[in-house]
Design a protein around this ligand. Structure first.
Ligand code: UD1
Length: 417
């Protein structure tokens, strides 16, 4: 099913359970390459990006099996072949295999990883950090080749707190000789989850969740059972869905502690949000208030992955909102679709949009072109009058396990077609 049909105009009500986090699961799956023992990951989301990463692990010789509560990964004899194909090209997180393979095999050859087309997404920060740890890179026939004789710790200062680069450095550093310090590390909760997983396995990491990491490498890593934390972006998606439909929901197990900036924006827009024992309770306002200005920032700022959802909410707010996208340069791809639905959004330049709130949106034929923008179109359709068909949903399934079921549980009229 690559399309979702939505009959809009139903206020979302009820409760829904938040899935495990995509961005935590992917680097942790890559990290399982670092142990010779068996790993069991509870709460691992069954999304296409995870299936892609698992097929890459299998192609490297790991044995991976889904069980009722999660996924079991058993180490095998690692093969050192070239990593190429759609799973590498279509998914930027395949890049985590670079750090993990360098750490375990001392070499890696792979195609340049792709991912959602939300900007240029270069990998210079990854490469220059790994070079400091002794890794040599070259390009041959369009393939990236990495080799290291003596993987060693280093003092690394990041020019920007790149999530992926921080994670790649951590993967290499836990197996390197000596100490690695990362200054200016990304503080995203998913980076912390990777550190916590590795610490459970026996890695020596100080500063998890801060911008300054100290990693003493060389410990043998054990197999463990680890629970993937819930997905703050999926929780945020359903929070905005509740807001724009005028509903009232309980987002069970939402990782409220990681959602400060998102909850603050929702509250400024007029929502009532309460942290309760079961998760996050959200009540939409009678009328969404425009908040004037919203900027995306590295954690703990407002996440770029929820900017498209905030754009939908701002489109239905009373007043004007300026949205500044500061992380990826091409994240306003849904503007044309939203304007077709009746929104009034002007992209002033690549990272800056001015949104004038309108009273209503109308349904239509909408095309998802990337993961988070696609999910935002579903939300816009839920709020709109009439029927919408969203095509290109293969992008949405990269990160949302069962978006139609979740929304149906909240009363939405949604079907996969
Ligand atoms: C991760 C998340 C993604 C999220 C993003 C920002 C995963 C699997 N994906 O992506 O959902 O939107 O963090 O929170 O966890 N950059 C460079 N050179 C580099 C690396 C990055 O210029 O070597 C730039 C990127 O082009 C981008 C910015 O830095 O403009 C942020 O990228 P980064 O934090 O690395 O994001 P990802 O790890 O790709």
């Amino acid at each position: 099913m690559n399309s979702i049909q939505v009959h809009g105009g139903v206020a979302l009500c009820g409760k829904v359970c938040i899935q495990g986090s995509k961005n935590a699961a992917l680097p942790i799956l890559a990290a399982t390459l670092l142990t010779k023992e068996t790993t069991f990951l509870l709460n691992c989301p069954r999304i296409t990006d995870v299936h892609g990463m698992i097929s890459l692990l299998k192609s490297l010789g790991m044995k991976v099996n889904w069980e009722e509560n999660g996924v079991r990964i058993e180490a095998g004899e690692l093969c050192k072949g070239t990593m190429q194909g759609e799973a590498i090209r279509g998914m930027r997180s395949s890049l985590f295999l670079l750090g993990a393979l360098i750490a375990t095999c001392g070499e890696a050859t792979m195609e340049y990883p792709g991912g959602c087309m939300i900007g240029k997404r270069p990998i210079d920060i990854h490469l220059s950090a790994l070079r400091k740890m002794g890794v040599c890179f070259c390009e041959e026939d369009g393939l990236l080749k990495a080799k290291v004789q003596n993987l060693h710790g280093a003092m690394i200062e990041l020019p920007f707190p790149s999530v992926g680069a921080t994670e790649n450095i951590i993967l290499a550093a836990v197996m390197a000789e000596g100490e690695t310090q990362v200054i200016g590390a990304a503080r995203e909760p998913e980076v912390e989850a990777l550190c916590r997983y590795l610490m459970c396995c026996g890695a020596d990491i100080e500063g998890a969740g801060t911008s300054c990491l100290k990693i003493r490498g060389g410990n043998t890593l054990f197999g463990v059972e680890y629970r993937i934390p819930e997905d703050r972006i999926v929780a945020g998606t359903y929070l905005f869905a509740t807001m724009v439909t005028g509903g009232c929901t309980l987002l069970e197990h939402a990782p409220v502690g990681q959602m400060d900036a998102v909850i603050r924006v929702a509250e400024q827009m007029g929502a009532v949000c309460h942290m309760v024992e079961e998760g996050l309770y959200v009540q939409a306002p009678e009328e969404i208030k425009a908040i004037g200005r919203l900027q995306t920032k590295p954690y703990p700022g407002f996440p770029t992955d929820l900017q498209s959802m905030a754009l939908v909410a701002a489109s239905l707010a009373r007043g004007e909102t300026d949205i500044e996208e500061q992380i990826f340069e091409n994240r306003f791809q849904i503007v044309d679709c939203l304007n077709k639905m009746g929104a009034d959004i002007r992209v002033m330049h690549s990272g800056y949009a001015r949104v004038k709130g309108v009273e209503r949106l109308s349904g239509g034929l909408l095309e998802a072109k990337e993961l988070r923008g696609g999910a935002a179109l579903v939300i816009a359709a839920l709020a709109a009058e009439g029927e919408s068909i969203i095509t290109g949903c293969q992008f949405i399934y990269r990160g949302y396990e069962k978006i139609e079921n979740d929304l149906r549980e909240l009363g939405a009229r949604v079907a996969g077609v």
